[in-house]
Design a protein around this ligand. Sequence first.
Ligand SMILES: C[S@@+](CC[C@H](N)C(=O)[O-])C[C@H]1O[C@@H](n2cnc3c(N)ncnc32)[C@H](O)[C@@H]1O
Length: 253
Amino acid sequence: MSQRSGQREDSAGAPAPDAPRALRNPGDRLDRDWPAYFDAVEGNPARDTLLLALDRFDAEGGPRSGLMIDLGAGSGRDTIIALRRGWRVTAVDGSAEGLTRLGAKAADEPDAPLRLLAVEAKFEEMDLSRIAPQGAPLVNASFSLPFCAPEHFEQVWAQIVATLARAAGEGRPARFAGQLFGDRDSWAGIPGRTHHTRAHAERLFRGFALERFEEVEKDGNDAFGNPKHYHVFHVVARLDRAPAHEHTSGGAR
Ligand SMILES: C[S@@+](CC[C@H](N)C(=O)[O-])C[C@H]1O[C@@H](n2cnc3c(N)ncnc32)[C@H](O)[C@@H]1O
């Protein structure tokens, strides 16, 4: 599905500002100051994609291991909700500041710190087979994978699929929840970012059952009020058993 409107995109999360006089933390510099982003979106609710995935697990009677890997967890808007709903969470992020903020939030939740593991790591360097050797029934990546360097995306994606595959099977589904950015997004030309055509995004989920695959394209504002053209794929995808053959992303874009 494709949408066009002048509304703000959910990824922004901050109150809709007046038209900005000057660009603040524009897209090509966003990843130099993640704490400013965490400030801008502070207090915003968990992502719809995560909530749908959690609801699906609940409807099935809940996962047996209850481990969610939150990739690019940031200051924890998704992680906190998963903890409240009884999951164990391994939160991975390259920002030490984000994980510190997340830890402070978790400290306010009953027994949540015991179920939270924070791992400071870049996607490009992480090893999910060590972080989650038994796999995980839920890998969540809300608005974070586009910030993975494109030359590393394929191996990162293969790790995500392998992590889900280690947990899936014998009637126990595993799920991916999160966002990918499309090739018509206004940040697509920024070096170091990963964007996908629709065809490529669909290929990534070969072997999955798509519970949500929504393509949204619209004009809006980023978290700082800067104008942005959004082209985003919102995805919740279920893996019922390990793929029969090795899963690859099929190359960039
Ligand atoms: C746009 S924020 C999204 C945060 C949160 N998931 C949300 O939905 O609001 C992107 C997050 O990914 C993290 N990140 C960006 N590039 C990364 C990388 N290469 N490796 C690990 N984390 C990264 C940032 O630190 C930030 O917390």
